[in-house]
Design a protein around this ligand. Structure first.
Ligand SMILES: [Zn+2]
Length: 279
């Protein structure tokens, strides 16, 4: 029941995240929503999360222009994340709300980074603050506190080295700050595991994307998304694939696998890799 309630709550928060992602740095978050193409003010029944987009088949009611699938995807993802958080065993309501806020921030950061290859400072610092608060609730001694304070810098250090060595070409400083927040959120060991898995996911996806890239760009354009690669004429592997989405996916995977106590030992390669990392 509580899982269902939080899924609905996630849909609403997801549609707010869409506005935040779209208008960050461009316009005020307040104000009525308008069609991006015909500028018609949208009615409440055009703005029901997920439902409106499906009923309108992804087109504007007034001018027929395509509406980006980003809207239903972010709403759906936020609903799933909130449901997963609410279903975590042994959480009180306050903790659920705190974790939902962290999940929503991670989602917004990943999507924004995907579009703009940059991570807004306010979002990532808010994430860091919430992560410290969530750890603070579990700490009951000074040595514990020191141990967890180290978690952020520890997780961020590999990315910091890559950023420093490459002068920001291989890795943005936003990614360093994001890893700082993820480290503080997951703790020292899982934070490092999460950064490591982000590189694994990144490598797999990069190879998977770069080879059929022209085909993928065409498909994205067909469904109405202008892929970020179009906005960067000199697209190269090193500079323009955003790392934030990999960090966020990895963090979510590590978080929920450990949170739900999923046993990975049955999967040959992944299982042994995973158990070799955990104490
Ligand atoms: Zn329109």
């Amino acid at each position: 029941m509580i899982v269902f309630a939080f899924a609905l709550f996630g849909l609403i928060v997801g549609s707010f995240l869409n506005v935040l992602i779209l208008r960050h740095g461009i316009a005020h978050v307040g104000g009525r929503s308008r069609c991006m193409t015909c500028d018609h003010t949208l009615a409440w029944f055009d703005l029901v999360p997920l439902v409106s987009w499906i009923l309108l088949r992804g087109k504007c009611r007034y001018c027929g222009a395509r509406i980006s699938p980003q809207y239903p995807l972010v709403e759906g993802a936020c609903a799933i994340l909130f449901a997963l958080v609410a279903g975590l065993p042994g959480l009180g309501l306050a903790h659920i709300f705190l974790f939902c806020a962290i999940a929503a921030l991670l989602l917004a950061i990943a999507v924004y980074d995907l579009y703009h290859t940059i991570i807004p400072n306010q979002w990532v610092w808010t994430l860091c603050a919430l992560a410290l608060v969530s750890q603070g609730l579990l700490i009951d001694s000074v040595s514990d506190a020191l141990y967890y304070l180290c978690a952020g810098p520890l997780a961020a250090s590999p990315l910091f080295v890559l950023w420093a060595v490459s002068g920001g070409r291989w890795m943005g400083f936003g990614d360093v700050k994001l890893a700082l927040g993820i480290g503080w959120f997951l703790g020292p060991i899982l934070g490092i595991v999460s950064v490591f898995f982000a590189f694994v996911i990144g490598a797999v996806v990069s190879v998977g994307i770069l080879i059929p890239l022209p085909y993928i760009v065409r498909q994205f354009r067909n469904i109405g998304i202008t892929p970020l690669v179009e906005t960067h004429a000199g697209f190269t592997m090193s500079s323009e694939i955003p790392f934030g989405p990999f960090l966020v996916s990895s963090c979510l995977i590590v978080w929920f696998i450990t949170g739900y106590g999923v046993d990975l030992s049955a999967i040959p390669l992944v299982g042994s890799l995973w158990s070799s990392f955990l104490p």
